[in-house]
Design a protein around this ligand. Structure first.
Ligand code: SAM
Length: 236
């Protein structure tokens, strides 16, 4: 039996590419985004009461991980990317139905000029992600403190210290809410955004990822990541 669903909204996110996005929500509280409801679901009545909740569940489509075929086993980054587990024992984007589930902070609900928007933070979603449903997080049901969590028992630890070059520091200060952005970038990089199977850091290699409207560029030296620049997109 086949079912057809259509998105109720779309995510606006600072993450403009898959590389570097945290592997679960909540790991980077400063990652702010929005869910913008699509017509005909952009009805202010449809979100009445939601403002009483601090968190919501989002069910979404991994729209940039669509494949014609599925594999029964995957290699989760938490296991170093070289050990396999069953796809249903993982949170991998590549699954028979490419559906994601994230619990995120609800910072606000906005309705104006025909737009209905949820203001979110702690997101792990790519810009443009189609959302199929939103449900309030209900603490007494959804939180199970004694739950066991297989191969991912605790949140991943920070791996690197982070410092900003003079150029990056100046570019940061020119940005809107620089201290919030500094924390966002620091938390993002200290957890090592590189894929799990990446070996030792190459000392002179410059890594980059697209965030907001800039390319974040950095280099790894020992246990420290140096942010080289927040280069405006399109500038080499
Ligand atoms: N919290 C969700 C879950 O458990 O279903 C997502 C977990 S999945 C391991 C997180 C990764 O999905 C991110 O690191 C990012 O690279 C990827 N991702 C996020 N949004 C995506 C999208 N729209 N399409 C494809 N991949 C996406």
């Amino acid at each position: 039996m086949a079912y057809t669903f259509e998105p109720i909204g779309v995510i606006r996110s600072p993450y403009k590419e898959k590389f570097g996005i945290p592997r679960q929500p909540g790991l980077i509280p400063e990652a702010r985004g929005e869910l913008v409801f699509c017509s005909p679901y952009n009805r202010p009545e449809a979100v009445i009461g939601l403002e009483g909740y601090s968190h919501v569940w989002l069910q979404f489509v991994f729209h940039q991980a669509l494949r014609d075929e599925w594999q029964p086993m995957v290699r989760p980054p938490r296991l170093g990317g070289n050990k396999r587990v069953g796809v249903f024992a993982s949170r991998a984007p590549f699954r028979p139905n490419p559906l994601g589930l994230s619990v995120v902070r609800l910072d606000g609900v906005r309705s104006a000029d025909g737009e209905v928007v949820l203001e979110l933070s702690g997101i792990d979603l790519l810009d443009g992600t189609p959302v199929l449903d939103v449900k309030p997080y209900v603490g007494y049901v959804d939180s199970i403190p004694e739950a066991s969590s297989g191969f991912a028992p605790v949140a991943p630890a920070a791996k690197f210290g982070v410092r900003f070059s003079d150029l990056a520091e100046a570019q940061l200060l020119a940005h809107f809410e620089p201290e919030q952005l500094r924390l966002f970038i620091t938390h993002l990089l200290e957890m090592d955004p590189r894929p799990a199977y990446t070996g030792e850091a190459e000392p002179d290699r410059v890594y980059g990822m697209r965030l907001y409207d800039f390319d974040l560029r950095w280099r790894i030296s020992g246990q420290v990541i140096e942010v080289l620049e927040l280069a405006p997109v399109g500038v080499d």
